[in-house]
Design a protein. Structure first.
Length: 334
């Protein structure tokens, strides 16, 4: 299993120096978001507040991870969606993710570093201290190492490497998401409607919040609607149970003779980002009938984390429906 180590934290905390040294120690690919974004701007791309640089970095990381190479990422990762993107990146290729947040508790020292540092990338405009303090930064609720970088570079690097070693998977590692899905995924029936209804409500609240409305189909359906969906002969549904709990589900139907439609792909909130969603999607892709040449799916217009996830899984955005508040993704099958 390849290793993805993602550094984050405010500008001026020393992320680049520490992450580059950790990459050298691990023999890993070093991926610096500043380098990606500056290169894009030189090419005439107006980034503004769009997360385009992150999307490019995700794609580069996936190529490296799928080739079995460890990757170390240097980026601010200020908001939860940014960190969710790395979770989806790791999940899409069954990589092991480790998050490191670099901090400087001494505000005066942090300010001094921000105000005295010099850009090491041509045309890179560094943020000012007021810009650093005014930018939005969501709390880090994900499991991570909080690295106090007040000491020397050698101490910081040693701390990270020791932490990575102590949290690495044991020799008899738990089953991967792909193995869990392959072993436990089973067809759902109308008898499962209550559990499906409960998982649907829990799993889609996150998307509703991202879209700014809870009036989305999975949250508007009644238990009778769920039963009807499970009784529909044109739709097949699967679910994964562990310890008696339904933790993932997905549905498959055919739009026409050659186009499949994936719906109701959901994972319980506490397991989002663990790779189960990616494994479940790969599972249902393998269930399409012979002769299928295309898979389509729909998600919320404002559900950025879903957009990132589906793009990582090989889907392309093909249409937007502003009235319905949805976007359609498609993936050709070769």
């Amino acid at each position: 299993m390849a290793l993805l180590v993602v550094f984050g934290g405010l500008p001026g905390t020393g992320k680049t120096s520490v992450s580059r040294a950790v990459a050298d120690a691990l023999g890993a690919t070093f991926l610096r978001l500043d380098s990606v974004e500056v290169a894009m701007q030189r090419g005439g791309i107006d980034l503004r507040d769009a997360p385009v640089g992150y999307a490019v970095a995700h794609a580069i990381a996936v190529d490296q991870l799928r080739a079995g190479r460890p990757v170390v990422v240097d980026a601010v990762n200020p908001v939860a969606i940014a960190r969710a993107g790395w979770q989806q990146t790791a999940a899409s290729c069954d990589a092991e993710l480790r998050l490191v947040r670099v901090v400087l508790p001494d505000e005066a020292e942090h300010r001094r570093r921000v105000e005295t540092r010099v850009a090491d990338i041509e045309a890179h405009v560094l943020p000012t201290w007021p810009e650093v303090t005014a930018a939005r930064h969501d709390p880090w609720v994900e499991p991570h190492l909080e690295l106090d970088n007040s000491s020397s570079l050698a101490v910081a690097v040693a701390t990270v490497l020791a932490w990575l070693e102590s949290t690495s998977e044991p020799t008899s590692a738990p089953a991967s998401p792909t193995e869990r899905v392959a072993r436990g995924m089973a067809r759902l029936s109308v008898a499962d409607a209550g559990e499906v209804f409960t998982l649907q409500l829990a799993a889609w609240v996150r998307e509703g919040r991202e879209c700014g409305t809870l009036e989305i189909p999975p949250l508007q359906e009644s238990i009778d609607d769920v039963r009807a969906g499970l009784l529909d002969a044109g739709k097949r549904a699967w679910g994964l149970r562990e310890n008696g709990r339904l933790i993932a589900m997905v549905r498959l139907s055919m739009l026409d003779a050659t186009t499949a439609f994936v719906g109701r792909l959901g994972v319980v909130p506490d397991l989002i980002g663990t790779g189960l969603g990616a494994a479940t999607l790969r599972f249902v892709e393998a269930q399409v009938p012979p002769g299928t040449t295309r898979i389509e799916l729909v998600t919320g217009l404002g559900s950025v984390s879903n957009h990132v996830f589906y793009e990582h899984m090989g889907y392309e955005l093909v249409s937007r429906d502003s009235d319905a508040g949805t976007v359609r993704f498609a993936k050709p099958l070769t």
